[in-house]
Ligand binder design. Structure first.
Ligand SMILES: C[C@H](O)[C@H](O)[C@@H](O)C(=O)CO
Ligand code: MN
Length: 413
């Protein structure tokens, strides 16, 4: 059947083998925080805060680094292709000691680096500027309190040093994404002041020039959060301007805009002015609810734009969702596979024929071809991709996950 499908696509000018090659060389950066509900392992007992919220209480949350690594290994075994780990600073191995955010060092993450090396994957990193007493009032790098700003600047500077070591040791640039929750529940008096302080703090954070082969800086914008409904200092306009001016990567999170505003249409514009893009593929339901990513129109549109803009080499595809209402392994596998399937669908699009019709002003054929594309047998190619990587098909993966739940997750009390 697969050979016939290849011929069907070839008639429309689509090279299926080329699409499978690109799939195999396009990693998805797996966010560690889905495994334990964004808790981390500092052992400080701190509550999740700063506008982040996880709902659900499904059994088997990872409680230790080794449990999280075991869960991630299970996930990786069920994903076709080679991926990356996206780690937050709060997941370091602090040996039960109190290590504050401004004191973190490479040694606290060496275990993770070694684990990634053993898995044959790259690693991305994030300073954790949330769920901490010095972020309790919702302000960090833009705070009017210089001591607070200094603390978070030091944390971000330390994070970049760690990221550069990660990138150097693993031989793959580590994307360091800076997201701060800074904002106001109600109407601020001096928006400009907050934004000037954030820009000055970021300039200090990024002041040390690091080898881009080891570390890529990204900044993440947001529209609102819990506790920052009226004002977010790091808005899209702020960070797009900052990224353009300083040529950092810009992180677009699919849940960080108005509920009806997708990020697909932003990709071609952003990539005209910033060097690289980091995506947090997510799914907001009513708000930035961080639902598990699905194979839906929004996700398909994002990947379609990446392929149409020939932007995969300048884009780092990360995921950002945290759902504790279902098996967390399944959440990762469903979400990652949805992102991958959306990418495959985009790679199999007869885009040369679409482009030709559009350039000829033949919008009728363009529309019809877009509809024809939806009915093409892309899932046969997806199953071939799974087979070639010795991974089960979607439905088969569920039974493997259920067995893991019984053997491993259900005994974590
Ligand atoms: C844990 C992540 O840093 C966080 O989800 C951030 O990326 C975000 O999207 C906050 O809304
Ligand atoms: Mn995000």
């Amino acid at each position: 059947m697969f050979e016939q499908v290849k011929e069907t696509y070839a008639e429309l000018g689509v090279d299926v083998e080329k699409a499978l090659e690109v799939m195999a060389s396009t990693p998805i950066s797996l966010h560690c925080w889905q495994g334990d509900d964004v808790g981390g392992f500092e052992g400080s007992g701190g509550e999740l805060g700063s506008g982040l919220a996880v709902t659900g209480n499904y059994l088997g949350k990872a409680r230790t680094i080794s449990e999280l690594q075991k869960d991630l290994e299970q996930v990786l075994s069920l994903l076709p292709g080679t991926h990356r780990l996206n780690l937050h600073a709060i997941y370091g191995d602090f040996g039960g000691q109190k290590v504050d955010r401004d004191e973190i060092e490479v040694k606290h993450f060496q275990g993770w680096i070694d684990w990634c090396k053993a898995q044959g994957i790259g690693m991305d990193f994030n300073p954790s500027c949330f769920s901490h007493e010095k972020a309790a009032d919702g302000l960090t790098l833009s705070s009017a309190d210089e001591g607070i700003r200094e603390f978070w600047i030091k944390h971000c500077q330390a994070s970049r040093k760690i990221a550069a070591a990660i990138g150097e040791q693993l031989g793959s640039a580590c994307v360091t994404n800076v997201w701060v929750p800074d904002g106001m529940k109600d109407l601020p008096a001096d928006r400009l002041g907050f934004r000037q302080r954030l820009a000055a703090s970021l300039d200090t954070v990024f002041g040390e020039k690091l080898n881009p082969a080891h570390n890529i800086d990204a900044v993440e914008c947001k529209l609102f959060g819990i506790g920052s409904e009226s004002f977010v200092v790091g808005s899209h306009e702020f960070y797009m301007g900052y990224a353009m001016k300083n040529q950092t990567a810009l992180c677009l999170d699919a849940g960080h805009f108005h509920p009806t505003e997708g990020i697909a249409d932003k990709i071609s514009s952003v990539l005209m002015y910033v060097p690289e893009l980091l995506l947090h593929v997510s799914r907001g339901v009513r708000w930035d609810s961080d639902h598990v990513v699905l194979f839906d129109d929004q996700t398909q549109a994002i990947m379609q734009e990446l392929v149409r803009c020939d932007a995969l080499s300048r884009t780092h595809i990360g995921l950002d969702f945290f759902d504790a209402s279902i098996n967390r392994i399944a959440a990762w596998v469903i979400g990652t596979r949805a992102a991958q399937k959306s990418l495959l669908l985009a790679l199999l699009e007869p885009r040369e024929k679409l482009r030709a019709a559009e350039q000829a002003g033949d919008f009728t054929s363009r529309l019809m071809l877009q509809e024809v594309n939806k009915a093409l047998p892309w899932s046969v190619v997806w199953n071939e991709f799974c087979n070639r990587n010795n991974t089960p098909t979607d439905w088969q993966a569920l039974s493997v996950i259920k067995e893991y739940e019984l053997a491993e997750l259900s005994v974590r009390c």
